[in-house]
Design a protein around this ligand. Structure first.
Ligand SMILES: *Cc1c(COP(=O)(O)O)cnc(C)c1O
Length: 402
């Protein structure tokens, strides 16, 4: 990957995605479930560029969506409705309506209130909505609290007891068809135990439901498979799949898995240019042209991203904070890392930026969002233009006093 020539051609800050890597990750996980009916539904919130979604669609992937906008993206990218799932704690009426009309695989309901809204809307449409319930197994995923979702204190899903009651309700309804069950205990999971425990609990519920003739067809294990940002130990796809399969004996279900980060994080690079170096009494700063509005993970989660100076990867370094131009003390890409001396126009490569990177970017400080480039067999293709000032203000109206 020649980041130097990419930066020259497309400018900085810049996102670069290795599509061949995306494919490898997809196939690794898909193969881990081989021998069982399975659907990988790419969690498109991790990186929703249409070309990225289309790439996964062409590999056979479905899509896990958390807004009707994402459902539209998935459809536009060519993913078939029967491979699309709609999740999320707060779906609006119009979103539910459109999802039912689009005839997607199922809607993941996350509360009694939502289940009843889905029923009412399906009734108005004279349809039966396929649903699954997100159950909260009350398991500590042992990840960052902001991305932990499987504890009863989190806002997601319903308890096992409530789920049983709601499945009975849905089973009796003329406008609901409970086809699936879903859990997603958190993101960046690096321990197998919580997944195994959750899967056991949910599989038991499926067996109990079978006893009362509620036949669950889709066993949706969510996403969350962690990746290496630094030197964390991660879960192998094979072990992950085996753990889940070990809880499903006697059940004839299609396994649905919703990976986001696992598929894209380490295939993405954020390229930013050095503007200045600066020293205060106690600190050395490298000031770059990419900021928290472009890549917010360090500021938001204190996330670590490996950073290298292009062409100086092996040079000796000293401790530095890498900071952006945004007017916030929280605007940094790294704190207290070692980097060699840099000069104006050196390029920094920020690794593992393919997931929750561009999608979380904003126009804060009236900064145009970066361009995105795909590398396919090492050949670059622009998949999103750099924003212009005109793009940023396009929807604003000038206030004119009469
Ligand atoms: C965010 C999310 C995912 C994807 O999570 P990753 O950690 O990126 O794999 C999957 N399913 C649901 C319901 C989500 O909210």
């Amino acid at each position: 990957m020649n980041f130097g020539s990419l930066a020259k051609e497309y400018g900085t800050p810049l996102y670069v995605y290795n599509f061949n890597y995306f494919k490898e990750q997809y196939e690794k996980l898909k193969n881990a479930f081989s021998g069982r009916k399975s659907l990988l539904a790419y969690a498109i919130k991790a990186n929703s560029n249409l070309s990225v979604v289309k790439h996964f669609g062409e590999l056979g992937s479905g899509a896990d969506c958390v807004s009707i906008g994402e459902v539209r993206r998935a459809l536009k990218a060519g993913i078939k409705p029967y491979k699309i799932i709609f999740s999320g704690v707060g779906k609006r009426d119009d979103e539910i309506k459109e999802a039912i009309e689009s005839d997607i695989l199922f809607i993941n309901a996350e509360s009694e209130g939502e289940l009843k809204r889905i029923e009412a809307i399906a009734k108005e449409l004279g349809k039966e909505a396929r649903i699954s319930l997100r159950v909260n197994p009350n398991i500590d995923a042992k990840t960052h609290p902001y991305i932990s979702t499987g504890l009863s204190e989190n806002k997601f899903g319903v308890s096992i007891d409530e789920a049983k009651k709601l499945y009975l309700y849905a089973h009796k309804s003329n406008n609901l068809n409970p086809v699936g069950i879903h859990f997603h205990i958190g993101s960046q999971l690096t321990k197998l135990e919580p997944i195994l425990e959750s899967s056991k609990i949910v599989a038991d519920l499926v067996r109990n439901l079978a006893k009362i003739n509620i036949d669950i067809k889709f066993f949706d294990v969510g996403g969350g498979l962690g990746v290496k940002y630094n030197n964390e130990s991660t879960i192998e796809p094979y072990d992950y799949a085996q753990a889940i399969l070990s809880t499903l004996s006697g059940l004839d279900v299609t396994i649905v898995c919703e990976p986001g980060r696992f598929l894209v994080a380490n295939g993405g690079y954020f390229i930013t240019k050095v503007l200045y170096e600066k020293k205060s009494d106690s600190k050395r700063f490298v000031i770059v042209d990419g900021g928290m509005n472009d890549l917010i993970r360090p500021s938001l989660y204190n996330a670590y991203h490996k950073i290298e100076v292009l062409g100086k990867e092996r040079d000796a370094g000293s401790v530095v904070d890498v900071v952006g131009p945004v007017c916030e003390s929280g605007d940094f890409l790294a704190k207290n890392i070692e980097l060699p001396q840099t000069i104006h126009n050196d390029l920094l490569v920020v690794h593992s930026s393919g997931a929750y990177g561009f999608v979380m970017s904003s126009n804060y400080n009236t900064r145009a969002r970066p361009a995105e480039v795909a590398l396919i067999d090492d050949k670059p293709k622009l998949i999103r233009k750099r924003e212009s000032f005109e793009d940023i203000i396009a929807l604003e109206e000038e206030f004119i006093q009469e």
